[in-house]
Design a binder for this molecule. Sequence first.
Ligand code: SF4
Length: 321
Amino acid sequence: MFAATLDRQPTEYEKPEDLFEAIATLKKDLNAIVLAHYYQDPDIQDIADYIGDSLGLSRQAAETHADVIVFAGVHFMAETAKILNPEKQVLLPDLNAGCSLADSCPPDAFAAFKAAHPDHLVVSYINCTADIKAMSDIICTSANAVKIVSQIPADQPIIFAPDRNLGRYVMAETQREMLLWEGACMVHENFSEKKIVQLRIEYPGAEIIAHPECEPPVLRHANYIGSTTALLKYAKESANSTFIVVTEPGIIHQMKKEAPDKLFIAAPPLNSCACNECPHMRLNTLEKLYLSMKNRQPEITLPKSTIEAAWRPIQRMLEMS
Ligand code: SF4
Protein backbone atom coordinates (compact mmCIF):
# COMPACT_ATOMS: atom_id res chain seq x y z
CA MET A 1 0.00 0.00 0.00
CA PHE A 2 2.78 2.46 0.86
CA ALA A 3 5.03 3.71 -1.90
CA ALA A 4 8.60 3.69 -0.71
CA THR A 5 11.94 2.08 -1.21
CA LEU A 6 12.20 -0.03 1.94
CA ASP A 7 9.80 -1.13 4.64
CA ARG A 8 12.28 -2.48 7.16
CA GLN A 9 15.60 -1.21 8.42
CA PRO A 10 18.65 -3.54 8.53
CA THR A 11 18.68 -5.61 11.71
CA GLU A 12 22.47 -5.59 12.16
CA TYR A 13 24.50 -2.41 12.10
CA GLU A 14 27.00 -0.55 14.19
CA LYS A 15 24.93 1.19 16.79
CA PRO A 16 26.28 4.60 17.82
CA GLU A 17 27.04 5.06 21.51
CA ASP A 18 24.95 8.19 21.67
CA LEU A 19 21.93 8.19 19.36
CA PHE A 20 21.07 11.80 20.17
CA GLU A 21 24.56 12.92 19.11
CA ALA A 22 24.54 10.73 15.99
CA ILE A 23 21.19 12.15 14.91
CA ALA A 24 22.41 15.71 15.53
CA THR A 25 25.45 15.04 13.30
CA LEU A 26 23.29 13.54 10.54
CA LYS A 27 20.95 16.53 10.71
CA LYS A 28 23.90 18.81 9.89
CA ASP A 29 25.39 16.49 7.25
CA LEU A 30 22.09 16.08 5.38
CA ASN A 31 20.73 19.57 6.04
CA ALA A 32 17.77 17.73 7.51
CA ILE A 33 14.92 18.85 9.73
CA VAL A 34 13.14 16.47 12.12
CA LEU A 35 9.42 17.17 12.47
CA ALA A 36 7.68 15.25 15.25
CA HIS A 37 4.04 14.90 16.20
CA TYR A 38 3.02 15.34 19.84
CA TYR A 39 2.08 11.64 19.92
CA GLN A 40 5.66 10.46 19.43
CA ASP A 41 7.83 8.95 22.16
CA PRO A 42 9.40 11.58 24.47
CA ASP A 43 12.93 10.80 23.14
CA ILE A 44 11.83 11.64 19.61
CA GLN A 45 10.08 14.80 20.77
CA ASP A 46 13.31 15.84 22.50
CA ILE A 47 15.45 15.41 19.35
CA ALA A 48 12.95 17.13 17.03
CA ASP A 49 13.48 20.56 15.50
CA TYR A 50 9.78 21.16 15.63
CA ILE A 51 7.01 19.43 17.59
CA GLY A 52 3.41 20.08 16.73
CA ASP A 53 0.00 18.89 15.64
CA SER A 54 -1.02 18.34 12.03
CA LEU A 55 -1.57 22.03 11.28
CA GLY A 56 1.71 23.18 12.82
CA LEU A 57 3.63 20.38 11.15
CA SER A 58 2.10 21.23 7.75
CA ARG A 59 3.12 24.83 8.17
CA GLN A 60 6.66 23.83 9.11
CA ALA A 61 6.85 21.42 6.18
CA ALA A 62 5.69 24.20 3.84
CA GLU A 63 8.25 26.68 5.12
CA THR A 64 11.39 24.63 5.66
CA HIS A 65 14.63 25.28 3.77
CA ALA A 66 16.05 21.88 4.72
CA ASP A 67 16.91 19.42 1.93
CA VAL A 68 15.64 16.40 3.85
CA ILE A 69 12.49 16.20 6.01
CA VAL A 70 12.48 13.40 8.56
CA PHE A 71 8.88 12.99 9.60
CA ALA A 72 8.40 11.39 12.99
CA GLY A 73 4.70 10.76 12.71
CA VAL A 74 2.48 8.53 10.62
CA HIS A 75 2.34 7.87 6.89
CA PHE A 76 -0.33 10.40 5.90
CA MET A 77 1.62 13.17 7.67
CA ALA A 78 4.82 12.34 5.79
CA GLU A 79 2.77 12.27 2.58
CA THR A 80 1.51 15.79 3.38
CA ALA A 81 5.11 16.96 3.82
CA LYS A 82 5.96 15.42 0.43
CA ILE A 83 2.96 17.08 -1.25
CA LEU A 84 4.13 20.43 0.10
CA ASN A 85 7.76 19.73 -0.83
CA PRO A 86 7.81 17.54 -3.95
CA GLU A 87 11.46 18.31 -4.64
CA LYS A 88 12.65 17.37 -1.16
CA GLN A 89 13.43 13.98 0.27
CA VAL A 90 10.89 12.97 2.93
CA LEU A 91 11.81 10.11 5.24
CA LEU A 92 9.51 8.20 7.61
CA PRO A 93 11.38 6.17 10.27
CA ASP A 94 8.95 3.23 10.04
CA LEU A 95 6.92 2.83 6.87
CA ASN A 96 4.37 0.70 8.70
CA ALA A 97 3.36 3.69 10.83
CA GLY A 98 -0.09 4.02 9.29
CA CYS A 99 -3.35 5.34 10.73
CA SER A 100 -6.62 3.55 11.42
CA LEU A 101 -8.56 6.71 10.63
CA ALA A 102 -6.87 7.20 7.24
CA ASP A 103 -7.41 3.49 6.52
CA SER A 104 -11.13 3.84 7.32
CA CYS A 105 -11.57 5.83 4.11
CA PRO A 106 -10.50 3.68 1.12
CA PRO A 107 -10.10 5.78 -2.07
CA ASP A 108 -12.39 3.63 -4.29
CA ALA A 109 -15.29 3.69 -1.83
CA PHE A 110 -14.82 7.39 -1.22
CA ALA A 111 -14.76 8.14 -4.95
CA ALA A 112 -18.14 6.38 -5.28
CA PHE A 113 -19.53 8.28 -2.26
CA LYS A 114 -18.38 11.58 -3.74
CA ALA A 115 -19.80 10.70 -7.17
CA ALA A 116 -23.18 10.00 -5.56
CA HIS A 117 -23.25 13.60 -4.21
CA PRO A 118 -21.88 15.71 -7.06
CA ASP A 119 -23.19 19.02 -5.69
CA HIS A 120 -21.28 18.64 -2.41
CA LEU A 121 -18.02 20.38 -1.53
CA VAL A 122 -15.55 17.93 0.02
CA VAL A 123 -13.85 19.02 3.23
CA SER A 124 -11.39 16.41 4.43
CA TYR A 125 -9.60 16.22 7.74
CA ILE A 126 -5.86 16.08 7.15
CA ASN A 127 -5.80 12.58 8.69
CA CYS A 128 -6.43 10.91 5.32
CA THR A 129 -4.34 9.48 2.53
CA ALA A 130 -2.94 11.53 -0.34
CA ASP A 131 -5.54 9.90 -2.63
CA ILE A 132 -8.39 11.24 -0.47
CA LYS A 133 -6.75 14.66 -0.30
CA ALA A 134 -6.55 14.62 -4.10
CA MET A 135 -10.35 14.11 -4.20
CA SER A 136 -11.02 16.95 -1.73
CA ASP A 137 -11.78 20.65 -2.18
CA ILE A 138 -10.42 21.82 1.16
CA ILE A 139 -8.32 20.11 3.83
CA CYS A 140 -8.73 20.97 7.50
CA THR A 141 -7.18 19.97 10.80
CA SER A 142 -8.80 19.66 14.21
CA ALA A 143 -7.36 23.10 14.98
CA ASN A 144 -9.05 24.90 12.08
CA ALA A 145 -12.01 22.69 11.03
CA VAL A 146 -14.65 24.96 12.63
CA LYS A 147 -13.04 28.09 11.17
CA ILE A 148 -12.87 26.60 7.69
CA VAL A 149 -16.41 25.20 7.61
CA SER A 150 -17.72 28.54 8.92
CA GLN A 151 -16.29 30.28 5.85
CA ILE A 152 -18.22 28.08 3.39
CA PRO A 153 -21.50 29.64 2.14
CA ALA A 154 -24.46 28.33 4.15
CA ASP A 155 -26.29 26.99 1.08
CA GLN A 156 -23.32 24.90 -0.08
CA PRO A 157 -23.78 21.20 0.83
CA ILE A 158 -20.67 19.65 2.38
CA ILE A 159 -19.21 16.16 2.62
CA PHE A 160 -16.95 15.91 5.67
CA ALA A 161 -14.43 13.04 5.75
CA PRO A 162 -13.06 10.84 7.15
CA ASP A 163 -13.63 11.35 10.90
CA ARG A 164 -17.30 11.21 11.93
CA ASN A 165 -16.57 12.43 15.45
CA LEU A 166 -14.72 15.55 14.34
CA GLY A 167 -17.50 16.02 11.77
CA ARG A 168 -20.19 15.84 14.48
CA TYR A 169 -18.24 18.28 16.64
CA VAL A 170 -17.91 20.74 13.73
CA MET A 171 -21.64 20.39 12.98
CA ALA A 172 -22.48 21.24 16.60
CA GLU A 173 -20.10 24.20 16.67
CA THR A 174 -21.16 25.68 13.33
CA GLN A 175 -24.86 24.74 13.55
CA ARG A 176 -24.87 23.31 10.05
CA GLU A 177 -25.58 19.90 8.58
CA MET A 178 -22.86 17.99 6.77
CA LEU A 179 -22.79 14.59 5.14
CA LEU A 180 -20.31 12.57 7.19
CA TRP A 181 -18.04 9.75 6.11
CA GLU A 182 -18.25 7.09 8.84
CA GLY A 183 -14.55 6.86 9.75
CA ALA A 184 -12.99 6.95 13.21
CA CYS A 185 -9.67 6.81 15.02
CA MET A 186 -9.05 3.57 16.94
CA VAL A 187 -7.42 5.53 19.78
CA HIS A 188 -9.94 8.32 20.27
CA GLU A 189 -13.03 6.11 19.89
CA ASN A 190 -11.65 3.79 22.55
CA PHE A 191 -11.75 6.02 25.64
CA SER A 192 -13.94 4.76 28.46
CA GLU A 193 -16.62 7.21 29.53
CA LYS A 194 -17.17 5.21 32.73
CA LYS A 195 -13.49 5.26 33.73
CA ILE A 196 -13.22 8.98 32.95
CA VAL A 197 -16.20 9.69 35.20
CA GLN A 198 -14.60 7.55 37.93
CA LEU A 199 -11.36 9.55 37.59
CA ARG A 200 -13.28 12.78 38.00
CA ILE A 201 -14.76 11.46 41.25
CA GLU A 202 -11.24 10.50 42.39
CA TYR A 203 -9.86 13.94 41.44
CA PRO A 204 -12.82 16.27 42.08
CA GLY A 205 -10.95 19.43 41.06
CA ALA A 206 -9.65 18.02 37.79
CA GLU A 207 -10.64 19.45 34.43
CA ILE A 208 -11.31 17.05 31.57
CA ILE A 209 -9.67 18.20 28.34
CA ALA A 210 -10.42 16.22 25.19
CA HIS A 211 -9.67 15.98 21.48
CA PRO A 212 -12.69 16.32 19.13
CA GLU A 213 -11.92 12.90 17.56
CA CYS A 214 -13.41 11.35 20.76
CA GLU A 215 -16.92 9.91 20.76
CA PRO A 216 -19.82 12.24 21.81
CA PRO A 217 -20.51 10.43 25.17
CA VAL A 218 -16.91 11.19 26.19
CA LEU A 219 -16.89 14.73 24.82
CA ARG A 220 -19.98 15.69 26.80
CA HIS A 221 -17.93 15.42 30.02
CA ALA A 222 -15.15 17.67 28.71
CA ASN A 223 -14.51 21.09 30.22
CA TYR A 224 -12.50 21.96 27.14
CA ILE A 225 -12.32 20.44 23.64
CA GLY A 226 -9.52 21.26 21.22
CA SER A 227 -6.68 20.14 18.97
CA THR A 228 -3.52 18.82 20.62
CA THR A 229 -1.90 22.26 20.39
CA ALA A 230 -5.02 23.89 21.85
CA LEU A 231 -5.11 21.35 24.70
CA LEU A 232 -1.46 22.08 25.47
CA LYS A 233 -2.07 25.83 25.52
CA TYR A 234 -5.19 25.44 27.65
CA ALA A 235 -3.44 23.21 30.19
CA LYS A 236 -0.62 25.70 30.51
CA GLU A 237 -2.81 28.78 30.86
CA SER A 238 -5.67 27.41 32.96
CA ALA A 239 -5.71 28.30 36.65
CA ASN A 240 -6.50 24.65 37.34
CA SER A 241 -3.70 22.32 38.44
CA THR A 242 -5.07 18.86 37.58
CA PHE A 243 -6.18 17.61 34.17
CA ILE A 244 -7.61 14.37 32.83
CA VAL A 245 -6.18 14.30 29.30
CA VAL A 246 -8.43 12.57 26.78
CA THR A 247 -6.19 12.16 23.75
CA GLU A 248 -3.07 10.16 22.89
CA PRO A 249 -0.90 10.45 26.03
CA GLY A 250 2.27 11.45 24.11
CA ILE A 251 1.12 15.07 24.50
CA ILE A 252 1.58 14.79 28.28
CA HIS A 253 5.38 14.95 27.79
CA GLN A 254 5.04 18.54 26.50
CA MET A 255 2.36 19.39 29.06
CA LYS A 256 4.72 18.41 31.89
CA LYS A 257 7.51 20.45 30.32
CA GLU A 258 5.30 23.53 29.90
CA ALA A 259 3.59 23.22 33.29
CA PRO A 260 5.85 21.15 35.57
CA ASP A 261 3.84 21.90 38.71
CA LYS A 262 0.57 20.57 37.33
CA LEU A 263 -0.78 17.03 37.37
CA PHE A 264 -1.76 15.37 34.07
CA ILE A 265 -3.66 12.09 34.13
CA ALA A 266 -3.94 10.03 30.94
CA ALA A 267 -7.56 9.02 30.35
CA PRO A 268 -7.93 5.23 30.27
CA PRO A 269 -9.27 3.20 27.35
CA LEU A 270 -12.08 0.63 27.37
CA ASN A 271 -9.59 -2.26 27.52
CA SER A 272 -7.43 -3.15 30.53
CA CYS A 273 -4.49 -0.88 29.58
CA ALA A 274 -3.77 2.11 31.82
CA CYS A 275 -3.32 4.51 28.92
CA ASN A 276 -4.30 4.73 25.29
CA GLU A 277 -1.21 4.99 23.07
CA CYS A 278 -1.50 5.01 19.29
CA PRO A 279 0.14 1.78 18.09
CA HIS A 280 0.90 3.38 14.72
CA MET A 281 2.62 6.47 16.09
CA ARG A 282 4.60 4.37 18.54
CA LEU A 283 6.16 2.25 15.78
CA ASN A 284 8.70 5.04 15.30
CA THR A 285 11.68 4.82 17.64
CA LEU A 286 14.82 6.90 18.07
CA GLU A 287 16.84 4.05 16.60
CA LYS A 288 14.64 3.81 13.50
CA LEU A 289 14.82 7.57 13.14
CA TYR A 290 18.62 7.39 13.18
CA LEU A 291 18.64 4.53 10.65
CA SER A 292 16.25 6.33 8.31
CA MET A 293 18.65 9.27 8.21
CA LYS A 294 21.76 7.12 7.88
CA ASN A 295 20.27 5.03 5.04
CA ARG A 296 18.05 7.80 3.64
CA GLN A 297 15.09 5.47 3.55
CA PRO A 298 12.22 4.57 3.82
CA GLU A 299 11.47 7.47 1.54
CA ILE A 300 7.96 8.69 0.74
CA THR A 301 7.25 8.93 -2.98
CA LEU A 302 3.98 9.88 -4.68
CA PRO A 303 2.84 10.16 -8.32
CA LYS A 304 3.16 13.70 -9.69
CA SER A 305 -0.56 13.80 -10.52
CA THR A 306 -1.49 12.94 -6.91
CA ILE A 307 0.88 15.59 -5.56
CA GLU A 308 -0.62 18.23 -7.84
CA ALA A 309 -4.24 17.32 -7.05
CA ALA A 310 -3.61 17.06 -3.29
CA TRP A 311 -1.60 20.29 -3.08
CA ARG A 312 -4.54 22.58 -4.00
CA PRO A 313 -6.88 21.67 -1.08
CA ILE A 314 -3.98 21.84 1.40
CA GLN A 315 -3.02 25.22 0.06
CA ARG A 316 -6.63 26.35 0.42
CA MET A 317 -6.52 25.30 4.06
CA LEU A 318 -3.32 27.22 4.70
CA GLU A 319 -4.91 30.31 3.12
CA MET A 320 -8.18 29.96 5.07
CA SER A 321 -6.73 29.20 8.51
S1 SF4 B 1 -4.06 8.62 17.02
FE1 SF4 B 1 -5.71 7.94 15.62
S2 SF4 B 1 -5.76 9.49 14.02
FE2 SF4 B 1 -3.78 9.72 15.11
S3 SF4 B 1 -2.36 8.42 13.92
FE3 SF4 B 1 -3.16 7.14 15.58
S4 SF4 B 1 -4.91 6.08 14.63
FE4 SF4 B 1 -4.43 7.82 13.31
